[in-house]
Design a protein around this ligand. Structure first.
Ligand code: SF4
Ligand code: SF4
Length: 115
């Protein structure tokens, strides 16, 4: 890591060189609209699964961008694929397709829950 003459605590540090970008690259390749997400949270507010469980599609989106694929694997099956989120997205992102690509990508890259 580069030395800027000061340091931050480990828990507040994100080393972008270490981020696992396999899943986000796969999703963006197949659903490029996902790049336009502004993290507004509208999808999360309307989410059927989010109303019944701890599922949070906006949080998941950030986790994928940070390469936390095991956590994504733990959560993704809570999505009911109802499609309400894509009706609400101000950027017209096909979030349902994003969920399908997450599931497919996790299988392709053989990602499993943390032991
Ligand atoms: S509603 Fe669309 S733009 Fe907003 S957080 Fe969800 S996917 Fe991103
Ligand atoms: S498709 Fe999944 S993420 Fe979208 S509203 Fe339905 S349960 Fe939530």
């Amino acid at each position: 890591m580069r030395n800027f003459g000061f340091s931050t605590t480990k828990s507040r540090t994100i080393d972008y060189g270490d981020i696992d970008r396999r899943l986000i690259s796969y999703i963006l390749e197949n659903e490029p609209t996902f790049n336009a997400c502004l993290s507004c949270g509208s999808c999360t507010a309307i989410c059927s699964a989010g109303n019944l469980t701890s599922f949070n599609i906006r949080k998941l989106s950030l986790q994928i961008r940070l390469g936390d694929l095991e956590k994504t694997h733990e959560e993704i099956d809570k999505c009911m694929l109802c499609g309400k989120c894509l009706l609400e997205c101000p950027r017209g992102i096909n979030t349902r397709n994003v969920v399908m690509l997450i599931k497919k990508g996790l299988t392709i890259f053989e990602i499993k829950d943390k032991a």
